[in-house]
Design a protein around this ligand. Sequence first.
Ligand SMILES: Cc1ncc(COP(=O)(O)O)c(C=O)c1O
Length: 364
Amino acid sequence: MDVTETFMVHGGNVWAYREQWGGDLSGMADFSANINPLGPPDAVRAAMRAALEEVHRYPDPRQERFRRRVAETWGVPSDAVIAGNGAVELIFLLMAVWRPRKILALAPSFTEYEEAARVMGARVRHLALRPENAFVPDGQTVADAIRAGDVDMVALANPNNPTGVLWRSEELDEVLTEAHRSGVRVLLDEAFLDFSPDEHRLSRIGQAAKSEGLFVLRSMTKFYSIPGLRLGYGAAAPELVRCMDRLRPPWSVNGPSLAAGIAALGETAFARTTRTWVAEQRNRMAEEFRRLGFDRTPSRANFLLAWREDFDIRRAWPHLAARGVFVRDCRSFVGLDERFLRVAVRPEQDQKRLFAGLRALCTG
Ligand SMILES: Cc1ncc(COP(=O)(O)O)c(C=O)c1O
């Protein structure tokens, strides 16, 4: 199996899995994409359905109502908010505006930052996160790398993917301060921060709206379980938002997505239930991994990175796939290899299938 195959580069490519292993989608336990299995919330489904009745009209090209709703949620002006057809659209638009020369990327991390930067002609410098430190980022090292003056942009994620590890607030402050002082721009990806009960205290959306050179990225596809619909947003200085908006094709965010996003932002009970459930099930899964002799990251997101010295994902894949269980092969992440797997937090009946498969593999 070749790591460049599409389902190796991103999780959740059930279409490719089905082609390779057969079976029907409804029977799959897909741990490979980090999607909240409790969603979409009923209000989001209803809003989407109602918006489908309006598909004969163009969507609002300026996404005003959605942007205002985001702005209200975070107490920032709506001209500091940009909507995207998934967070990933905004990563590419941001790189097209900033056109970095060389970016600093932590490794392992979400690879689209560097993919998008490379498309724009940038070079990439990696800074390794270490398994012996549980992949916890070290603010001092990142600030030193910024101070060294060799890069003009840095991509950070809080929490990081594939580790789920959060930055310590003071260390993130140190990095942002150093970046500002050195004139290095920062993409701060908060795609999974809504899974944290401290989301409002930890988010830097307010700071991004007021400062030059900081773009905060958010996704709505994971928490609200709408990856097939696509919706994300970002916060930045209004001038940057205007430049990004000018580059994108008109109407890139469709009507049902915007309606779903407005409904989702009112779903506070769903948010509370999700956070409690994810924390409980994540602990349960971490404990199962521990029993099987795997190390795990101290994740605060809806997924875990696990590894064991003698684990080999190439051997595990067909074995798990035969049970309809799909996990994220981590070989396409810089710095990880066949000893690692990433799994989303999923319901207990799916966990049973995953751990039965792993147990058979590790003890058989
Ligand atoms: C860290 C991170 N940021 C951004 C994205 C893109 O999310 P979206 O589905 O909103 O485009 C992903 C998707 O997997 C991700 O893992």
